[in-house]
Write a protein that binds this ligand. Structure first.
Ligand code: AMP
Length: 549
């Protein structure tokens, strides 16, 4: 093979913020701050402060390869940490503050974090877990001097703004191998301890470019983008890199993510597009209804992280003139794998026709290969019928978990593909359909029932705000579906009404054996319905006698 003669320049994430500072100096990063009030600055000023932070990190003794942890909401200081930590060659380890304290301890110790930067909100949490954190030497509070606590049990607690004010803004990024790690994110699977996904500068840049290449329109014309998806959930789906590269303003919502707060921020900041998990949009849609309108500029919602119900897509399309883009992915994939991608003929369809396609999980993003392996170990044809376990491959897909050979072995196949644990099929047109997570399928007799399908059907029932389907033990059928429902405020749907609607939408053997009403569904730390918790809550549930009929 003949070697090309191009420069071997490393792709480093530090180049992203330098580019934005130079080319889009005034384009804003706007933050709803934890202390209260809005903070705004341009990418040039962000770069200046990132330079100060980089000098501070070096001064604190952070070395290339060290893991520096964050426990923080979506705000400008968290954004600065992303770039300063990676820029000096260290690893930005975003910890999910919604995890149980014991899990936070496990994660920080497993990663051997040396420093922890955290928002004011988390001071009590950090003080509580600090005695169990074995490797953290530096604690820094992401606030100014005025908001520092009078005293704290944390040894030598630093003030972020104090630290920055003493530093020089000039900082020239070191150059190193693009395969050097830049970020770390633990994913808590349904079983076992959380597992670390260690991203490299190269993988992060590849994911960023592949996303922009696959859907350039999402970032065209300097769209004002608001990530509800946290910076601690799978790199906020690459947005902290994509927005500076494309010159999009970045609107960071801070600690309050309820419908009313999001509505106000979107309205005041003229947000064009919101990115987040479906549960967030349920709250926002309620707010649209209360106020009788959507925030003035909002035209696009990118929803991912769990299946987006058809009813939600239809409501947003028909009632609010909002286009829904659906994404599927995993922390292990940086995270986007597939995304709503219309061909020219589909683009011409009426919005409600297109909305049907948006309920599918999308087409593969450039740079992501998909393979579906049936139970017999064969590659499934792309016929929209044959399902099996979905495997993925690509430059932004993990090659194994950080310091966890056992978990890695379970997930990788002999050819180096990563097993997602999702059951899926692909239509002849290349649309991915996620049937279910393997563990969430209801195994009824010899058949599998997709909990997603039944939920989708149930969410079309008027008066159901949210729902989940789980398998509960059944003597004859092994498992049968139970539908757990949260009623919409003021609505009183009955079991019979729900069953009648479902009967017209799904097959008899897929019908839930019972319906129970609850006030709220348990959520995971990343804002998805926790089926694991629901299953344990209803482990002893007795289905009615006719069950499985
Ligand atoms: P996480 O790494 O926490 O983002 O979780 C990844 C998992 O979430 C995937 O393996 C899927 O089971 C699920 N998931 C993500 N996006 C979707 C989607 N659009 N539809 C269905 N399931 C999804």
């Amino acid at each position: 093979m003949m070697r090309g003669m191009m420069m071997d320049r490393p792709m480093l994430v530090s180049s992203v913020i330098d580019y934005a500072a130079e080319v889009f100096p005034q384009v804003e990063v706007v933050s709803n701050t934890v202390e209260g009030g809005i903070h705004r600055y341009g990418y040039a000023q962000a770069r200046e402060r990132i330079g100060r932070l980089a000098n501070a990190l070096v001064g604190l003794g952070v070395k290339p390869g060290d893991r520096v942890a964050t426990l923080a909401w979506n705000g400008y200081r968290h954004f600065e940490l992303y770039f300063a930590i990676a820029g000096i060659g260290a690893v930005c380890h975003t910890i999910n503050p919604r995890l149980f304290p014991e899990q936070i301890t496990y994660i920080a110790n497993h990663a051997e974090d040396t420093a922890l930067f955290f928002d004011l909100t988390f001071l009590p949490l950090v003080e509580k877990v600090a005695p169990t954190l074995k490797t953290i030497k530096t604690y820094a509070l992401l606030t100014d001097r005025a908001h520092m606590p009078a005293s704290s049990t944390l040894p030598g607690l630093l003030c972020y703004e104090g630290l920055l004010s003493e530093m020089d803004a000039a900082f020239t990024w070191p150059e190193f191998d693009e395969n050097a790690a830049c970020a770390l994110c633990y994913t808590s699977g349904t079983t076992g301890e959380p597992k670390g996904v260690l991203y490299s500068n190269r993988s992060m840049m590849m994911h960023t470019f592949c996303l922009i290449a696959s859907r350039p329109d999402l970032f065209a014309y300097n769209k004002r983008i608001l990530p509800v998806v946290p910076l601690f959930h799978a790199n906020a789906w690459s947005l902290p890199y994509v927005t500076p590269v494309t010159g999009c303003p970045f609107i960071l919502p801070g600690a309050k993510l309820d419908g009313a707060t999001l509505w106000e921020l979107m309205e005041n900041e003229g947000v064009d597009a919101g990115w987040g998990v479906p549960t967030v949009w349920l709250g926002l849609i309620d707010e649209f209804k209360k106020r009788g309108r959507k925030p003035k500029n909002l035209k696009q919602i990118l929803s991912g992280g769990s299946a987006v119900p058809q009813a939600m897509i239809d409501t947003l399309t028909r009632d609010w003139d909002i286009e829904v883009t659906h994404g599927w992915g995993m922390t292990e994939m940086s995270p986007i794998g597939t995304i709503t991608l219309f061909r020219p003929d589909e683009q011409k369809l009426q919005p409600l026709e297109r909305a049907k396609l948006s309920a599918l999980q999308g087409r593969r993003m450039f740079g992501v290969d998909l393979k579906i392996v049936t139970e017999k170990g064969e590659i499934a044809p792309r016929d929209g019928e044959t399902s099996g376990e979905l495997f993925v491959r690509g430059p932004a897909v993990t090659s194994g978990y950080y310091n966890n050979a056992e978990a890695t072995k379970k997930q990788m196949d002999a050819e180096g593909w990563f097993g997602t644990g999702d059951v899926a099929k692909v239509t002849p047109d290349g649309w991915l359909v996620i049937v279910d997570r393997t563990k969430d399928l209801v195994k009824s007799g010899g058949e599998w029932i997709s909990s997603i399908d039944v939920e989708n059907a149930a969410l079309a029932v008027k008066g159901i705000a949210n729902c989940a389907v789980i398998g509960v033990p059944h003597p004859k059928w092994n498992e049968r579906p139970l539908l757990v429902v949260v009623k919409a405020p003021g609505a009183e749907p009955t079991k019979q009404e729900i069953m009648d609607v479902l009967g017209s939408k799904i097959a008899k053997w897929q019908m839930p054996d019972d319906v129970v009403f609850v006030d709220a569904l348990p959520m995971t730390a990343t804002g998805k319905i926790s089926k694991k918790d629901l299953r344990s809550k209803f482990a002893d549930f007795k289905l009615p006698d006719m069950a499985g009929g």
